[in-house]
Write a protein that binds this ligand. Structure first.
Ligand code: ZN
Length: 85
């Protein structure tokens, strides 16, 4: 993993978990409790390649092969110029 933050140069990265949203061709997969390392200064998150690969694989299982997931949410979408005051 990274020894140092690529963005701010801080060397303090702590192991944690986060919610990761994978967007692909207008479709999304949200995965909870994803392991990552997070910069303690700027909060940038770093993921291992194998972690991202498994999320991409799960995305394919769902959208290409019809895997059934237990939880889905509905996300409202707005265009900013229609909501700007
Ligand atoms: Zn940083």
């Amino acid at each position: 993993m990274n020894k140092k933050c690529n963005f701010c140069g801080n060397a303090n990265l702590k192991k944690t978990t986060t919610q990761y949203t994978y967007p692909h061709n207008g479709k999304y997969l949200m995965v909870e409790n994803v392991p990552c390392e997070q910069c303690e200064y700027c909060r940038e998150q770093y993921f291992q390649a194998k972690v991202l690969k498994s999320i991409e694989n799960e995305f394919e299982q769902i959208y290409l092969y019809g895997k059934i997931v237990t939880t889905e949410i509905k996300i409202p979408i707005e265009k900013y110029r229609e909501i700007a005051q």
